[in-house]
Design a protein around this ligand. Sequence first.
Ligand code: MN
Length: 474
Amino acid sequence: MLTIGKKEFWFVVGSQHLYGEETLLEVKKHAEILVTELNESGKLPYPIVLQELAVTADKITRVMKEANYHDEVAGVITWMHTFSPAKMWIRGTKLLQKPLLHLATQFNESIPWETIDMDFMNLNQSAHGDREYGFINARLKKQNKIVVGYWKNSKVQKQVAEWMDVAVAYNESFNIKVARFGDNMRNVAVTEGDKVEAQIQFGWTVDYFGIGDLVQYVDAVKETEIEELFNEYKTLYDFDYGSYDHQVWEDHVKAQVKQEIGLRRFLEAGNYNAFTTNFEDLYGMQQLPGLSVQRLMADGYGFAGEGDWKTAAIDRLMKVMAHNENTGFMEDYTYELAEGKESILQSHMMEVDPALATNKPKVVVSPLSMGNREDPARLVFDGKSGEGVVVTMSDFGTHFKLLINEVSAFEPEEKAPHLPVARVLWKVKPNFTEGVQSWIENGGGHHTVVSLNLTTDQIATWAKMVELDYVVIK
Ligand code: MN
C-alpha cells in the first residue's frame, strides 16, 4: 500500500498553579496512567505522547508552536483535569494549525461519596474546567472535536480513534498530488472546478500532463518485467478467457500489465498519490487503462475517470482515513426501481476499486464502446455488503459543497453473465425517493467515493476542519 509517514498525537493536560505543587504532581501521575493505558488499549490507530502540564500561557503557546512544525504530529488532544483559566489558552490555541480534540473526561469514573472532600473536588474538576476551556474554543471558532465520557469506555476510545483517522487524513490532504492525464471529459460540468481554490482550501496539488508523457514511461517497460507481473496476476486472480484466443487474450492483459508498471513509475517519479485518465485522450496508448488503474487503486492511489481531479483527491483522502479498507471511486449507473427493491447499481466503464470486492476478482477482456482502442482487460467482481457513506464534491462557483449520503450496500443475488465490469449495489438513506431527490437537488455528481469503513461524522469532521459546506442525507 501507498504509505504515509509516522504519525503521533500530543496529549496536553490543562491545570494551573493555584492548587499547589502536590496537586500538580497528582495531575501528572493521572495523565501518565491515562496516556499509558490508552496507548496499550490497542484501540487507537496512532500513539499519543504526553506533553508538559499546561499551567501557564507560555507553556501552552510553546507546545502548540512545536506541534505545528513537527510533521509527525497529526493533532493535539487536550484534557482539563482541573480548572485551567482559558485566557492562558488563547495565544496557543490561535497559533495551533493542527486538528484539536477536547477530551471531556475525568480520571475517576464515579464520585466517591464516602471519602469526597474539598481536596478531591479541587483535584477532579473536569466538569468545571471543560466549560471554561470549551468557551474559548467556541469563541475562537476552533472547529475542534469534543469527545465526552469516561476514558476507559470503549465507545469513547472508538470516537477518539475515528477522530485520529480524520486528523491524519486532514494532514495528508496537504500532501495530495493529483496527476491528470488529459483534461476533463469534453462538455461534462460537475467534474469541473477551481483548482487554485482547492489548493488553498484543501491543500491539493493538481497537475496536468499530456498523455504522451505517460506513453514514454509505458513504452520503456521491459518484456521481462511484464512477464514477472503477469505471473503474479495468475496467483491473485481467476483468468476468464471468454471466447478469445488464449494468446490474443494474454497480449491484451499484458498491455495493462505494461501500463501498470509505467503508470506506477510515472507517479512515483513525481511523488503523485492520485491520478485521473480520460478515454478521449489516449494518443499512443494501446488500451484505455482499466486493470492497471484498478491495481493502483488497490494499493491506495486515489483515482477518478474523465479528468475528475476532485473525486480522485477525495478518493485518496478517504483511503488514508480508512487505512485503504473498503473505500473507493464509484459511479451511479443504473436504477433498480421495482417496488421494495429500489437501489442503485454502481460501477464504472472498468475502473472499480478491488478494495470493495467480496469475491476473488477475475480478469476479463471485453470490447469497450468508448476509447476507440483495442479491447481492454479489467478485473470483474461483486461488491461487499455493509453500512457506509458515499461522498461527492461539487463546485458552485462561489464555494465547494460536499454531499454525504448514508448507504447500505448489499451483495447482488442475480448473476449478470453479460456484464463485463465489477458491480456494487446499494440502497440510499433515508429511502430511495428522498435520498435520490436530495442528492440531485443539492447538485451532487455522478462520480463519488464510497466507504464501508467510515462514518458520516468522520466526513463531517473533516469538512469542518477545512471550513467546507456539507450536506448530510441520512
Ligand atoms: Mn465516469
